[in-house]
Design a protein around this ligand. Structure first.
Ligand code: SF4
Length: 372
């Protein structure tokens, strides 16, 4: 089955490290929702024969939409596409968007998984990241949500300047204690063009130390695995049964359809993206035209590389899936590389998969570049 991604292009304010696509004029919500409606309707003929079992509202900040608005989008999806009744339906959410009653309303609307953009449970760190919530607010909302549902994910960012091991452990403890059953832990990135990136040009002390960054990586993974979380993707940890079914589609090279401006799709062996422009998206749909561009079909060499990269970053390269996707035998093609990785303690082979060890995970991208 396939996945649906819906990009909600609104945030109330830009965080200093973020380069995602969104606008801050939330008064345009109705205009956007009308365009999204048209997009779903236009897609319905082409995709009605396909079955979807995950829906992911990402952004931007999907929790800028009210529960009624989310409910209406889910209804339009169900009316026009074949969305399985047991679908995982995730909403990325900012803690400041919730009052005590609203979590319940989103559950009634059809959301069954919340992914909270918390990033830290320390106020000075939240301030550094220019987030709009406080640690107390985040803890309160997650506790409240976990009384109502167990399917809760929390994002944490590590490798902040002057952050200590204790600080990272503190945020992880708070996430676990509050009820998170899934934790995504990312190292802070300095994307070109962001205000954080510009700050590093003025103050090089803000640039992260790669040695410390790698230490943090191991601190986070050792801590979470010792707490019973499975490390199932380089940045993702889940209690048994709580892996993100939607994100697994990306990592196992399954079909997904992206809606909303700047979203990406992979379907019928082709890749494309929607325009990264709010007015371009709305105008195109007002003219009843899909806002897709850059359509191409990856060739076998590209599929191999992409699947290897995704596999190494997650549950491993599955030899059978590799053959399905490329028509080739992974072990024959990559015998020397696989042997070298296993001898170096960076990977192992189990049940027809080449899987990286924790040490290998920490340098997954270097391994892909060097060996494949
Ligand atoms: S809330 Fe999320 S998407 Fe919006 S600016 Fe902050 S990090 Fe970016």
């Amino acid at each position: 089955m396939s996945g649906l991604y819906i990009h909600i292009p609104f945030c109330r304010k830009r965080c200093n490290y973020c380069d995602f696509f969104f606008i801050t004029n939330t008064k345009r919500k109705t205009e956007f929702l009308n365009a999204l409606n048209s997009e779903i309707t236009l897609l319905s003929n082409q995709y009605y024969g396909e079955k979807f079992d995950t829906v992911f509202f990402g952004g931007g900040t999907p929790s800028v939409l009210t529960s009624e608005e989310i409910s209406a989008v889910i209804k339009t999806l169900r009316d026009n596409l074949n969305v399985d009744c047991n679908s995982e339906i995730t909403m990325e959410s900012n803690p400041e968007d919730f009052t005590d009653g609203s979590i319940e309303n989103y559950l009634t609307a059809g959301i069954n998984r919340f992914s909270f953009g918390v990033q830290s449970f320390i106020d000075s760190e939240l301030k550094f990241l220019t987030r709009q919530h406080t640690a107390e607010m985040a803890e309160h909302v997650i506790r409240k949500a976990s009384e109502l549902t167990q399917n809760i994910s929390v994002d944490i960012i590590y490798s902040l300047p002057s952050q200590t091991e204790e600080d990272v452990n503190y945020s992880i403890s708070k996430a676990i204690d509050s009820g998170a059953r899934h934790i995504s832990a990312y190292s802070l990135t300095y994307e070109k063009g962001t205000s954080l990136y510009k700050s590093t040009e003025k103050d090089p002390r803000l640039i992260k130390d790669p040695v410390k960054d790698s230490e943090f990586y191991f601190i986070v993974s050792e801590r979470l695995t010792s707490e019973g979380f499975e490390h199932y993707e380089i940045s993702n940890f889940a209690r048994p049964g709580y892996r993100s079914r939607h994100n697994l589609k990306y990592w196992t090279y399954k079909n997904y359809l992206g809606l909303g401006p700047s979203s990406h799709s992979f379907f019928f062996k082709k890749r494309w993206n929607n325009v990264r422009s709010y007015s371009g998206y709305v105008n195109s749909l007002n003219a009843k035209t899909l806002p897709a561009e850059n359509l191409y079909e990856p060739d076998t060499a590209q599929i191999k590389l992409e699947y290897i990269m995704l596999g190494l970053r997650s549950a491993g390269i599955n030899f059978e899936r590799y053959r399905e996707l490329t028509g080739e035998d992974f072990e024959t093609e990559n015998k020397a590389a696989a042997q070298e990785l296993c001898t170096a303690g960076l990977a192992f082979i189990r049940d027809g998969n080449l899987i990286l060890t924790e040490k290998g995970y920490s340098i997954a991208d270097e391994i892909t570049a060097r060996y494949f």
